[in-house]
Design a protein around this ligand. Structure first.
Ligand SMILES: NC(=O)c1ccc[n+]([C@@H]2O[C@H](COP(=O)([O-])OP(=O)(O)OC[C@H]3O[C@@H](n4cnc5c(N)ncnc54)[C@H](O)[C@@H]3O)[C@@H](O)[C@H]2O)c1
Length: 344
């Protein structure tokens, strides 16, 4: 279809405006960024990504910029966030993007946010023990959650930083300590990558991943699955999915692209819940009474207040019961480790 005469005239006017001489003149009253849409104001949700310049953070930022439910996207990191912000901000989608660099800008990054997604931290590298990883990421999550309790205590928090089974209890303790800002419904550990992998790996059963929804329960990477056949194969492959990627990347990193995809799928569910959509159900690691443990990953219904309902597991078969007992032992230790990190 040919553009109308009127549209052509408009395009001509815009391109005249964008001559290089004009673009360089930030002070020019008609082109100052402060006068532009960057002030925000469109309907939608305000979302912050903490750790936005990382392996997960960058594709996550790009995918959230594409989400029509997002009106404002804040990208925070301790390094490189201005570059990622400039890059992502050129995408011609609705969300306004703003960048924040380093601790002094954390509060500005968080103020007024509806949803905060946290992929900040370090992934496990060769030679690093689990304790090294724990100590670094635990400290990072503590600092970021202190900021959240001060600047956006009502935000929904999606925690990705590993070990999720410990960082979620850490966040809970920080919010409790901050006095009255802990709402268990609003704190969700992201276990979505396990679900995404489970759906995909079901190809061995001849299934199309778009047509299956495998609930993965327990905790992050210590789980059992609610599926009948090929259970052993699928359980092992999901539990070792992270290692499969680390080995294939051969020293060049861990799961980042599939994790970003999973995080966006989960964040989108949270935004639909916040909007008031009915029947939004996903798996997440949350405060729970499903077992005797204080946190557990299972299906939750997400609404305006976060995880409004945590579903029971339903009847378990013999294989699932054995997996459950094993998972609970590991989980109890991880949860305790997180709690002690803050209470010590
Ligand atoms: N939940 C899951 O299923 C899952 C899956 C994969 C990875 N992860 C975890 O996600 C985290 C990030 O992984 P990655 O591969 O993106 O790592 P990465 O090292 O590529 O990126 C991490 C980013 O966090 C930033 N960062 C560090 N300290 C920060 C702070 N105090 N404030 C803000 N940002 C800070 C770094 O500058 C970096 O840009 C790791 O802990 C990893 O283990 C979780």
């Amino acid at each position: 279809m040919q553009p109308s005469v009127e549209a052509n005239q408009r395009i001509a006017r815009i391109s005249a405006h964008l001559q290089p001489s004009n673009l360089q003149m930030e002070g020019n009253s008609s082109l100052r960024r402060a006068d532009c849409r960057a002030k925000g104001g469109a309907p939608g949700f305000k979302v912050a990504i903490l750790g936005a310049a990382g392996g997960i953070g960058q594709p996550l930022s790009m995918l959230m910029k594409m989400n029509p439910l997002v009106s404002v996207l804040h990208l925070y990191d301790v390094v490189n966030s201005p570059g990622v912000t400039a890059d992502v901000s050129h995408m011609d989608t609705g969300a306004v993007v703003r960048g924040f660099l380093g601790q002094p800008q954390l509060e500005n990054a968080l103020t007024g946010m509806d949803l905060v997604i946290i992929p900040a931290g370090v992934p496990r590298k060769p030679g690093m023990t689990r304790d090294d990883l724990f100590n670094i990421n635990a400290g990072i999550v503590r600092t970021l959650c202190e900021g959240i309790s001060k600047c956006c205590p009502n935000a929904i928090v999606n925690l990705i930083s590993n070990p999720v089974n410990s960082t979620v209890p850490i966040a809970a303790e920080v919010f409790k300590k901050a006095g009255g800002t802990y709402d268990p419904k609003r704190l969700l550990g992201v276990t979505m990558l396990d679900v995404v992998r489970a759906n995909t790996f079901c190809e061995v059963l001849g299934l199309d991943p778009r047509e299956v929804d495998v609930p993965v329960v327990g905790g992050k990477a210590s789980l059992l699955i609610d599926f009948a056949e090929e259970t052993e194969y699928l359980t092992n492959r999901i539990q070792n999915g992270g290692t499969e990627v680390v080995e294939a990347k051969a020293g060049a990193g861990s799961a980042t692209l599939s994790m970003a995809y999973a995080a966006v799928k989960f964040a989108d569910a949270c935004l639909r819940g916040l909007r008031g959509d009915a029947g939004v159900v996903e798996c997440a690691f949350v405060a729970s009474q499903v077992t005797e443990l204080p946190f557990f990953a299972s299906k939750v219904r997400i609404g305006r207040n976060g995880a409004e309902e945590v579903y029971q597991l339903g009847p378990l078969n013999e294989y699932e019961r054995a997996g459950m007992e094993k998972a609970k032992k590991e989980l109890a230790a991880s949860i305790q480790k997180g709690v002690s990190f803050i209470r010590k």
